[in-house]
Design a protein around this ligand. Structure first.
Ligand code: A3P
Length: 300
């Protein structure tokens, strides 16, 4: 309702989001004025928090587990990445806002934008949002090779961490992104879930999501093939689900070992971060969250 929305909207004027300069060429308004529909579902996450996984799940539930149609169309064509054209040189890429506009309902649309930059109609008309949050240390170790590969970042991991904590990396500020949706989590049009919950009990998440989307709960004979389809190993090996080859075709000089689907686990940071790096990120999280009177374990 407007009552839930307005207090947060007042905070939005203080929010920060690092984006390419080209957003100033009209993209912010174009996205803000994007036309939504009653049946839309927006899958919103900070980058590397599990959007690809969740968009596939949401698409399947909205399309009666149509595995055959899914296999015939790349995931990004079925679930457009709303602001993708704003992030990139539009001469080279099709206009993703137009692609979303042209899509037949019911639409599942992905975005990494923070609440304050999403299409305004989402909040004015209470469109459904599925928000996936993932712990910041795993996001950082996943985002570092990815933003390097897509040339949105250049430098070593230590510098990346410093820039991430100082809101200088694409889509940052991380904590205000998560917090704004966490505070909206009880709104009926918001489904707030964590990557960690999805890893812990995907079956339970799916049944709750069915209720949220207004579709019938799945029977065992429907649930099992869906779980197998959404498993990390399956999604990694299917070209229409794993964006690695698409990134490879777009970017020159990619490292041989680049893979969009890297590990797909909780606690991946333990292999990649030193004790000092972990302590630095934890202290930053503690400081950011204490102003809301919460700690990381309240969310994850
Ligand atoms: P890692 O880099 O830690 O492996 P996004 O889609 O938002 O960009 O998030 C990408 C992250 O989600 C990557 O994390 C990727 O491996 C993980 N992911 C994608 N599909 C998954 C699945 N089916 N199960 C678990 N993790 C998945």
């Amino acid at each position: 309702s407007a009552g839930d929305w307005l207090p947060l909207k007042q905070d939005w004027s203080t929010r920060w989001c690092t984006l390419p300069e080209r957003y100033m060429d009209g993209w912010v308004d174009l996205i803000s004025n994007f036309n939504t529909r009653d049946s839309d579902v927006f899958v919103v996450t900070f980058m590397k928090a599990g959007a690809t996984w969740m968009q596939e799940l949401a698409w399947m539930l909205r399309h009666n587990l149509d595995f055959v149609s899914a296999a015939n169309k790349q995931s990004f064509l079925r679930c457009p990445y709303l602001e993708f054209s704003a992030n990139n040189d539009s001469a080279k890429f099709h206009n993703t806002l137009k692609a979303a506009d042209d899509l037949i309902s019911p639409r599942v649309i992905k975005s990494h934008l923070p609440a304050q930059l999403l299409p305004l109609q989402i909040f004015q008309k209470n469109r459904k949002i599925i928000y996936v949050a993932r712990n910041p240390k795993d996001v950082i170790v996943s985002a570092f090779p990815f933003t390097t590969a897509i040339k949105m970042w250049q430098g070593d991991l230590d510098t990346f961490i410093d820039e991430f904590l100082n809101d200088k990396v694409l889509y940052c500020s991380y904590w205000s992104h998560v917090i704004d949706f966490w505070r909206m989590r009880n709104n009926p049009n918001i489904f707030f879930v964590t990557y960690e919950e999805m890893k812990r009990d995907l079956k339970d998440v799916i049944q709750r999501l069915c209720k949220f989307l207004g579709v019938n709960e799945l029977k065992e004979c429907e649930m099992n093939p869906l779980l197998a389809y959404l498993s990390f190993d399956n999604m990694k090996k299917q070209e229409f689900l794993n964006p690695t080859d698409l990134v490879r075709k777009r970017e020159n000089n990619l490292r041989e070992d680049f893979d969009f689907m890297r590990r797909g686990i909780v606690g991946s940071y333990k292999e990649d971060l030193t004790a000092d790096q972990i302590a630095k990120i934890d202290l930053w999280s503690h400081t950011c969250l204490s102003q809301y009177g919460i700690c990381e374990s309240d969310i994850f």
